[in-house]
Design a protein around this ligand. Structure first.
Ligand SMILES: NC(=O)c1ccc[n+]([C@@H]2O[C@H](COP(=O)([O-])OP(=O)(O)OC[C@H]3O[C@@H](n4cnc5c(N)ncnc54)[C@H](O)[C@@H]3O)[C@@H](O)[C@H]2O)c1
Length: 292
């Protein structure tokens, strides 16, 4: 089947990026959120990303702005789903919220629509049944989209295998490198490794063994990386990280989840709110002196 129209559910950090990349790749795109403010912010974030891309790669600013102008930003589910060939769901990482969304869109989506979720740590089998079409349900998990260009394709046991090549082709058309996760796994491939790394950093911090800055510096210098685990957490969003960490049973994860919650309660969700472990738009780890 030929995918032409894409419906993105959730206009936050990831939904915005997937929607923008899909529009830049020539798809017709609608992005849906229950929060009108999120839709407004999504448009602003897209403009910011286009400006950054123009600075980095010389991409025509005008073409990018036209791509944004062609996107439908809506809080009306029927408008969002109209004629959609594929849904990529990027709503809050919460089982109840995702269940409600898949129940809602499973009932109103056209018969042809492929259902995909961008969940970071949950499993597609958790939502496949409630969507009403488990055979058309698969995880399609993006990373940063513009800088980390890997997309995980993870079927659940009931996914129709013919969906895999379609999703691989779709991923490639969005300039991503598709990788297939053969068995359902919390955290796919990369996030499984990332979770262990972030968890180790969290344990060093809550155990008062190192500061945020020193833990990040040690990683950045050793691996010549532009940011360390706490810079990465700020870019992921501390709320998203908390949703994952709070569900891990071990005591170290629970201590780290409790620390993340203090940031969330203070409105410090990371880069998206201007402050997390660092302050944005000019976090300390990007200053030349940071590694001196
Ligand atoms: N942030 C990342 O780096 C990242 C990377 C890969 C995947 N993901 C996954 O993408 C999903 C979204 O994460 P995010 O970081 O973009 O979160 P976010 O908090 O930035 O955005 C979530 C959006 O979902 C919206 N939402 C909540 N309930 C809704 C509903 N019922 N209908 C429609 N919209 C609703 C919220 O208003 C919000 O705008 C999560 O499943 C997360 O695990 C995130």
């Amino acid at each position: 089947m030929k995918i032409k129209r894409v419906c993105i559910l959730g206009a936050g950090t990831l939904g915005t990026r997937v929607a923008l990349q899909a529009a830049l790749s020539g798809y017709q795109v609608a992005i849906f959120d229950i929060n009108p403010k999120a839709l407004e912010n999504s448009q602003k974030l897209m403009q910011k990303i286009i400006k950054q891309l123009a600075n980095n790669s010389g991409l025509e600013d005008v073409a990018g702005m036209h791509a944004i102008a062609a996107i439908t930003f809506t809080d009306n589910p029927n408008v969002a789903i109209w004629d959609a060939d594929l849904i990529n769901e990027s709503v809050t990482e919460d089982v109840e919220i995702k269940n409600a969304v898949w129940d809602q869109f499973g009932k109103i989506a056209p018969e042809k629509t492929i259902f995909t979720t961008n969940t970071s740590y949950l499993l597609p089998s958790m939502f496949a049944e409630i969507s009403g079409r488990p055979e058309k349900f698969c995880a399609l998990h993006f990373h940063d989209v513009f800088y980390s260009k890997v997309v995980d394709i993870m079927p659940h046991p009931g996914t129709d295998p013919s969906l895999i090549p379609i999703l691989m082709e779709f991923g490639r058309s969005l300039e991503q490198v598709p990788v297939v996760v053969k068995k359902e796994n919390h955290g796919y491939l990369f996030n499984s490794m990332l979770m262990a790394f972030i968890g180790a950093a969290g344990k060093l911090l809550t155990g008062e063994i190192g500061t945020v800055e020193d833990i990040d510096k040690s990683w950045m210098v050793n691996f010549h990386m532009p940011m360390g685990p706490f810079g990465i957490l700020d870019s992921i969003g501390l709320d998203t990280a908390w949703h994952v960490t709070k569900n891990l049973p071990d005591a170290a994860s629970q201590r780290f989840a409790a620390l993340l919650k203090t940031y969330i309660d203070a409105g410090k969700l990371g880069e998206k709110t201007g402050e997390g472990f660092y302050k944005y738009p000019n976090p300390a780890y990007r200053e030349d002196e940071f590694l001196q």
